[in-house]
Write a protein that binds this ligand. Structure first.
Ligand code: GLA
Length: 387
């Protein structure tokens, strides 16, 4: 840095602080998603039937049921909101979304943020109008409506682009969002093709899907979640691996399986986008989604993605170092019957006795010498903090 530039940077830093300065120097998006984004997305439960009323109901629920206090912020519309383009090419919503600006204002009035979805291709995955050839115009429109988050889903882009053009295609929308003049989280969705974790951040993504779609099924969820091992070096504040949205509460997994899903996503520092009907959930589902000690693992300021530290057949230990020097540990049983699962403290870099706290139960379990063992049910987990 030249001496003059250094002075300007120093003055700006003292006046505006480092986050603002990053924003000023590297664009609006630079300081977004310092912890993994949290919120809700319409797709996993509502699919293509989603309406503006469902989105409002989700915002109402988040604002009033404890989810907002737990950190859930983004209320995201997925596919199937699009109508036709008007003669100028401006995208119009379909009849299920009569007034996008009013919807965004409503979500903002609850102290929340709102997200939208499109594809770089001519059509979205559900064959609605995509942004191909209208990237600049669409970015401007989303900003004018007041959107704060965009999921950009490859879909039919494969018909018009070569996969070698993918990075350029994502960069193009990122640049358009920058010019739209509103901080908008940019979520890349191309199912992990071409090792997106290696370049997602360099094209402006705050998060990128690493896999094909999740379903509300233990086998599918666990293949996706446990396969994230090895990707941890690509995640950190402002740039996250995204193993897809939550299925907690959608009804096809049992309680232990949903605890596994939530624990694993938090250890992975994954985005936490609830995917259930928030206006009709059970107290058990709400408790899984809002446990503050579990969410603190996901949202930890260090932003380290956890990894597998031990495996014995279907029994796995995963660890995530936290900012306070402690280690979050998940003891998972992927097997078909209850089993003891052990973490050896030396595997997580801890010597001598350590305190163990059960994060789901909010209970200190005790002080242990050099290992800790929990009895873990079939498809279940013990999530603890070791210090
Ligand atoms: C793809 C994405 C899903 C969802 C649908 C919508 O399958 O991976 O998350 O957005 O498209 O059509």
């Amino acid at each position: 840095m030249k001496p003059r530039t250094r002075w300007v940077v120093r003055i700006l830093l003292s006046v505006a602080g480092p986050a603002c300065l990053a924003g000023a120097l590297f664009g609006q998006q630079a300081s977004l998603a310092q912890t993994p984004p949290m919120g809700w997305n319409s797709w996993n439960h509502f699919g293509c039937k989603v309406t503006a009323a469902d989105v409002r109901a989700a915002a109402d629920a988040i604002a009033s049921n404890g989810m907002k206090a737990a950190g859930y912020t983004y209320v995201n519309i997925d596919d199937c909101w699009q109508g036709q383009r008007d003669p100028d090419g401006t995208i119009l919503p379909n009849e299920k979304f009569p007034d996008m600006k009013a919807l965004a204002d409503y979500v903002h009035s609850k102290g929340l943020k709102i997200g939208i979805y499109t594809s770089p291709g001519p059509q979205t995955c559900a064959r609605y109008e995509g942004s191909y050839g209208h990237e600049e115009q669409d970015a401007q429109q989303y900003a004018a409506w007041g959107f704060d988050y965009l999921k950009y889903d490859w879909c039919s882009a494969r018909r018009v682009y070569k996969s070698s053009e993918m990075q350029e295609v994502y960069r193009k929308m990122h640049d358009a969002l920058q010019r739209a003049g509103r901080p908008i989280v940019f979520s890349l969705c191309q199912y992990g093709y071409d090792r997106v974790w290696r370049w997602g951040a360099s094209v402006g993504g705050q998060l990128w899907r690493t896999t094909e779609d999740i379903t509300d099924n233990y086998d599918r969820m666990s293949v996706i979640g446990f396969d994230q091992n090895g990707l941890e070096k690509f995640a950190g504040p402002g740039h996250w691996n995204d193993p897809d949205m939550l299925e907690v509460g959608n009804g096809k997994m049992n309680h232990d399986e949903y605890l596994t899903h939530m624990s694993l996503w938090c250890l992975l520092a994954a985005p936490l986008l609830a995917g259930n009907d928030l206006s009709k959930m059970t107290p058990e589902t709400l408790a899984i989604l809002t446990n503050p000690e579990v969410i603190a693992v996901d949202q930890d300021a260090k932003g380290i993605q956890g990894r597998r530290i031990a495996q014995e057949g279907p029994l796995e230990g995963w660890a995530k170092p936290l900012a306070d020097g402690s280690i979050a540990v998940g003891l998972f049983n992927r097997g078909e019957s209850e089993n003891p699962v052990t973490v050896n403290f030396e595997d997580i870099g801890i010597k001598g006795p350590a305190g163990v706290r059960d994060l789901w139960a909010h209970k200190d379990v005790g002080v242990f010498q050099d290992h800790f063992t929990a009895q873990v049910p079939r498809h279940g987990v013990a999530l603890v903090k070791v210090k």
